[in-house]
Design a protein around this ligand. Structure first.
Ligand SMILES: C=CC1=C(C)c2cc3[nH]c(cc4nc(cc5[nH]c(cc1n2)c(C)c5CCC(=O)O)C(CCC(=O)O)=C4C)c(C)c3C=C
Ligand code: FES
Ligand SMILES: [Fe+2]
Length: 424
């Protein structure tokens, strides 16, 4: 398939076009583009809202009873774990085998993942700030769309339609990824899922067009507010060490790893994670020595290293026992922080008094202000997504990625591939 360079793509949302033309006056190509144009009708206060702010993330089981369903959806996701045509057979087998182990881990961290609680809180608080700093797009309504747990993407989409965002000329919705760094296995998968449900619930019944005007915040790895929030949590943790040892504490940034097959496909995530780390270190004026390591690898294939657990072990063997772990690719707590880092890596290090972890961003007001700033800038920019969104990984062969990226990068898929591609 011919690929158009991002610079050639009509990424910019052009409000004046849709205000001076009726939709029927636009060419079919431009009608496609109109799916990412925000509605321009203003109320008496000058607001173009309401605007739906949709937080996308993977989600997690809220109780141990939900672990089976969570893993079953996760292992069925060909964007995360590609098993080809055997996906629907092998996926459930793998998830079933893994369920008891993971149930035990969730049980050990209090019975479930706190990701839903934090996502709903962060979004509600962000929307309150946005109503003040972006009155022209108010009111902002918070929605959460998880990939593998409730509220699932399809439930969120149905809720948007029930709330009237699909009526008439449609309302504006922003898909805001809660992964600061873009990976095709995380944000890419969530966007593919969003595109699928848009097709099934909206555009399939409407000649390929949906009324909801979507735009995407697809990555924000070096936003100054994100960097500031991380830096403050690191400084708070460093302050717990005696002053004479503080500057020699090693900062260990830890991110979820990727299989090497995904890295070699050209996934943007490793570079974006490294960018966040460097920006945080710049903000800290390189006060301490640091390394980036990678955690949570699953299965026997090769994954990006060094592994966080090995790194801690090796530093301790070398006599470096003052270590601060910083989860740099998650914005709230879940088993990777509460179980793997706290209970396994730190708990089993034999030095739980000197190996510590920086708090996750969770309810940090600085972080929530950052989310609002990112959203405000996006809403004001007229961009439907970042310039990076249109570019597929050099070794990508997924038709799902092709149609999703074409749609969200501002050029709606000309011919709808329909359920064949969606079922891939
Ligand atoms: C930036 C975050 C994440 C990336 C990148 C990522 C890639 C990735 N993950 C798997 C497989 C699994 N991940 C699992 C849990 C899990 N993963 C992330 C984040 C990223 N994953 C989080 C936050 C969680 C925990 C959710 C929670 O507790 O709320 C699991 C399930 C747990 C387990 O069985 O160990 C699997 C499996 C792959 C294969 C992958 C890259 C391709
Ligand atoms: S895997 Fe990266 S664009 Fe398809
Ligand atoms: Fe994962």
């Amino acid at each position: 398939m011919a690929f158009r360079l991002p610079s050639q793509m009509p990424r910019r949302i052009c409000a004046s076009k849709s205000s001076s033309f009726g939709l029927s006056q636009l060419s079919s190509r431009a009608r496609g583009l109109a799916t990412v144009v925000p509605p321009v009708t203003q109320d008496a206060t000058g607001s173009k809202g309401p605007t739906a702010m949709v937080f996308m993330n993977m989600g997690g089981p809220q109780t141990t009873d939900q672990v089976g369903d969570f893993l079953s959806r996760l292992f069925s996701d060909g964007d995360l774990i590609p098993l080809g045509r055997l996906q629907s057979y092998i996926g459930p087998l793998l998830s079933k085998r893994r369920t008891p182990k993971i149930q035990k881990q969730y049980s050990d961290i209090g019975g479930g993942s706190p990701i839903r609680k934090w996502s709903e809180y962060q979004n509600e608080e962000m929307c309150k700030i946005l109503d003040k700093i972006s009155p022209e797009t108010a009111p902002h309504k918070p929605y959460v769309a998880f990939r593998y747990a409730n509220p699932l993407t399809e439930h969120m989409y149905q809720q948007l339609l029930d709330d009237g965002f699909g009526k008439g000329r449609g309302g504006r919705a922003v898909a805001f990824t809660q992964y600061p760094q873009y990976s095709c296995s995380t944000t890419g998968s969530s966007l593919n899922e969003l595109w699928k449900w848009r097709h099934r619930l909206e555009s399939k019944h409407n000649g390929g067009e949906g009324a909801i005007n979507w735009s995407v915040i697809d990555r924000w790895p070096v936003h100054h507010g994100l960097v500031e929030a991380f830096a403050q949590h690191i400084e708070a943790k460093l302050a717990e060490y005696p002053e004479e040892r503080r500057k020699d504490v090693v900062l260990l940034f830890s991110a979820h790893s990727l299989p090497m097959s995904v890295v070699n496909r050209g996934d943007p995530y490793p570079a974006e994670v490294a960018a966040t780390v460097y920006a945080v270190m710049q903000r800290l004026k390189f006060s301490n020595p640091y390394r980036l390591c990678w955690q949570s690898q699953v299965g026997p294939s090769a994954w990006l290293g060094p592994q966080t657990s090995d790194t801690v072990e090796n530093f301790i063997k070398k006599g470096q026992k003052d270590l601060v772990l910083i989860p740099i690719a998650f914005t709230s707590d879940h088993i990777e922080t509460l179980y793997e880092l706290d209970l396994e890596v730190i708990g089993e290090s034999g030095h739980a008094d000197t190996v510590k972890r920086a708090e996750s961003l969770n309810g940090s007001p600085v972080f929530i202000e950052a989310l609002a700033d990112i959203a405000k800038n996006h809403l004001a920019s007229g961009e439907s997504c970042s310039p990076q969104m249109g570019l597929r990984c050099p070794a990508c062969t997924s038709e799902r990625c092709a149609v999703t990226k074409e749609f969200f990068a501002g050029k709606q898929a000309q011919s709808y591939p329909g359920d064949k591609v969606l079922a891939q």
